[in-house]
Ligand binder design. Structure first.
Ligand code: EPZ
Length: 452
C-alpha cells in the first residue's frame, strides 16, 4: 500500500507548471472515437483516469499511444461498441463514450460508471439528451444501452447545466443530421475545449462557452490535433496549499481568467494574488482571514472541485467561515478526516461552518475521493508534525504525481510504500510520533479563535 508522508510546517516557495486538465483530456479522448482518423492530444496529463481511458480506447479497437504528454489515438477502426464493467467501474467519465460511440457505431453499451463517491450521480440528463436526438436508451440497474443509427438535430433543454450531459449531447449531435440547440448547456472551460477539438476536426459549433450551444451536423469529422487547456483545479490545489502553508509561489501555463472565483476568495483571505498572461502568483504572509461565505456553483461560480481545497485552507484562518455545496449532495466526506488534525467544523445540511484554530497536528488520514484526498494533503502541509495520507489511488486519478509538484514547491512530502501485513502496520504504529489530537491540543495553542 502506498501513502504520503507529509511533515507539515514548511512554507511553499518556487514556481510550477500546471498540468493539462484532467476534465478536458477525458472527454477529448472519448471524442477521438468519433474521428475515423488520427487525433493528437497534446498536454494530456499522465494520470490514472487518462490511463484507464486509453485502455477503453484499445478495448474498442482503436490504437492509443502515449509519448510523454502527447497521446495519439487512431480510431480508423472501431471494432467494439461496448465497454466492460471492469473499466467503467474505474472512472466517471467513461459515460462520455456513450454519445461518441452512438454517433460512430449507431449503438453503445456500458455498465454504470464509477468515479468519486460524491452522493447520487444519476445519468438521466445524458439519457434525455440522447433520446431527444432520436436514440433509444435503456437504463437498467447496472447498465446503459443506446441505439440509434439516424440521429436528428433537435432542441435539447437540459434540466441542469450538467458538464457530462452537455458533452454527451455535443458528441452525439456533431454528426447528426440538421441543427441541434443545447439549452442550459454547461459553460465550464472543459466544454470549450471539447468544442474547440470538434471544430478543429470539422465540426460546426457555435455558442461554445455560453448557455446555448448550436451544432450544425456534418457528415464526418477528420484527423486533428489539439492541446489540452491547463488544469484550473490543479492550479487551485497549489494556490490553496500555499494559502494553507504560507509562502510565495508562482504558477505558469495556467489561465487566470478561468479562475476568478477562486482568486477572489483567496484575496479575501489575505493572500496577495497577482496575475499576468498565463501566470498566477500567490503570496501569503501572516495569518489568513476567513472569506465571505462561499457557495459552489456551476462555472463561472466557485467550482465544487475546489471546495475541499478551500476548506482545508480555511482551517487555520482567523474567525469563522462557511462553505455551502450545491452541486453534489455528499461532498464533505473528507471533512471528518480533517477533524483528526484538530480542525473544528460543524455541518448544517449542505453547509460546513469552520472555526479557525491556531494549530493543527499531524495525523493518519484516509482519502475518501480525489479532491478530498488533495485537501487532506493541503491541510497536512499546515499541520505540525507528521501526517500519513492513505488512499492514494483516489489522488492519483487526477494529479500527475501530486507529491512531485508539492516537493518542487519545497514541501516535505514523500510517497512511501508498506505491505499491508498486520506486523508492518503494528511496526508503523509503534514507530510513529504521537500524532493524535487530544483535548489539550485544542485547549492550548489549538484553541479556536471564535465562538461558533
Ligand atoms: C464533471 O462531472 C467533472 N468530472 C467533475 O469533476 C466536476 O465536479 C463536475 O463536472 C462539476 O463541475 C469530469 O469532468 C470527468 P455534472 P459530471 O454532470 O459531468 C447531477 C473532479 O474532482 N446530474 O455537471 O459528472 C449530478 O448528480 C470531478 O475532477 C444529474 O442529476 O458533473 C450532480 O449533482 C469530480 N443527472 C450535478 O448534476 C445527470 O444526468 C452536476 O453533475 C447528470 C448530472
Amino acid at each position: 500500500m502506498e501513502y504520503f508522508k507529509i511533515r507539515g510546517g514548511r512554507e511553499l516557495h518556487g514556481s510550477l507548471r500546471v498540468q493539462g486538465a484532467k476534465n478536458s483530456a477525458l472527454p477529448l479522448l472519448a471524442a477521438s472515437v468519433l474521428i475515423p482518423g488520427v487525433s493528437v492530444i497534446r498536454d494530456c496529463p499522465n494520470l490514472r483516469d487518462t490511463a484507464v481511458t486509453l485502455e477503453i480506447l484499445r478495448h474498442l479497437g482503436c490504437r492509443a499511444e502515449r509519448t510523454g504528454d502527447t497521446v495519439t489515438v487512431d480510431a480508423a477502426r472501431v471494432a467494439n461498441c461496448r465497454i466492460p464493467a471492469a473499466l467503467m467501474g474505474e472512472l466517471r467519465s467513461g459515460v462520455i463514450f456513450l454519445g461518441a460511440l452512438l454517433s460512430r457505431c449507431g449503438e453503445a453499451g456500458m455498465s454504470l460508471p464509477g468515479g468519486c463517491a460524491l452522493g447520487p450521480r444519476p445519468v438521466d440528463f445524458h439519457g434525455l439528451a440522447l433520446r431527444q436526438l432520436g436514440a433509444e436508451v435503456h437504463e437498467s440497474g447496472d447498465g446503459l444501452v443506446c441505439c440509434g443509427r439516424r440521429l436528428r438535430g433537435t432542441v435539447i433543454t437540459l434540466p441542469y447545466p450538467s458538464v457530462g450531459a452537455t458533452e454527451n449531447a455535443l458528441l452525439a449531435a456533431v454528426c447528426a443530421s440538421g441543427e441541434t440547440r443545447i439549452r442550459n448547456a454547461a459553460r465550464e472551460p472543459e466544454i470549450l475545449d471539447l468544442c474547440r477539438f470538434l471544430q478543429s476536426a470539422g465540426g460546426r459549433i457555435g455558442g461554445a462557452g455560453t448557455g446555448e450551444i448550436t451544432v450544425q451536423g456534418v457528415s464526418a469529422l477528420h484527423s486533428t490535433g489539439v492541446t489540452v487547456s491547463p488544469d484550473r483545479i490543479a492550479a487551485a490545489t497549489y494556490l490553496c496549499a500555499c494559502a494553507a502553508a504560507g509562502g510565495d509561489i508562482s504558477l505558469y501555463d495556467c489561465r487566470p481568467e478561468q479562475m476568478e472565483a477562486v482568486l477572489t476568495v483567496l484575496r479575501q483571505m489575505g493572500c496577495t494574488i497577482e496575475t499576468g498572461g498565463n501566470r498566477i502568483s500567490c503570496s501569503r504572509r501572516g495569518r489568513l482571514r476567513m472569506p465571505l461565505p462561499v457557495t459552489t456553483m456551476p462555472y463561472p461560480g466557485f467550482p465544487t472541485d475546489a471546495q475541499p481545497l478551500l476548506l482545508a485552507a480555511m482551517l487555520k484562518a482567523e474567525g469563522e467561515g462557511s462553505l455551502r455545496e450545491t452541486v453534489f449532495q455528499q461532498r464533505f466526506g473528507y471533512a471528518r478526516e480533517l477533524e483528526k488534525l484538530g480542525a473544528v467544523i460543524a455541518f448544517d445540511g449542505q453547509e460546513a461552518h469552520v472555526r479557525g484554530v491556531n494549530r493543527l497536528c499531524g495525523a493518519r488520514l484516509l482519502s475518501p475521493d480525489l479532491r478530498g484526498g488533495a485537501a487532506l494533503c493541503t491541510a497536512a502541509l499546515s499541520a505540525e508534525g507528521e501526517s500519513r495520507i492513505e488512499g492514494l489511488n483516489h489522488i492519483d486519478r487526477g494529479y500527475a504525481a501530486l507529491e512531485t509538484a508539492l516537493e518542487q514547491l519545497g514541501a516535505d512530502i514523500r510517497r512511501e510504500r508498506t505491505g499491508s501485513s498486520r506486523e508492518e502496520e503494528e511496526t508503523w504504529k509503534k514507530g510513529r510520533k504521537p500524532l493524535k489530537n487530544t483535548e489539550s491540543d485544542r485547549d492550548g495553542d489549538g484553541t479556536p479563535t471564535g465562538s461558533m
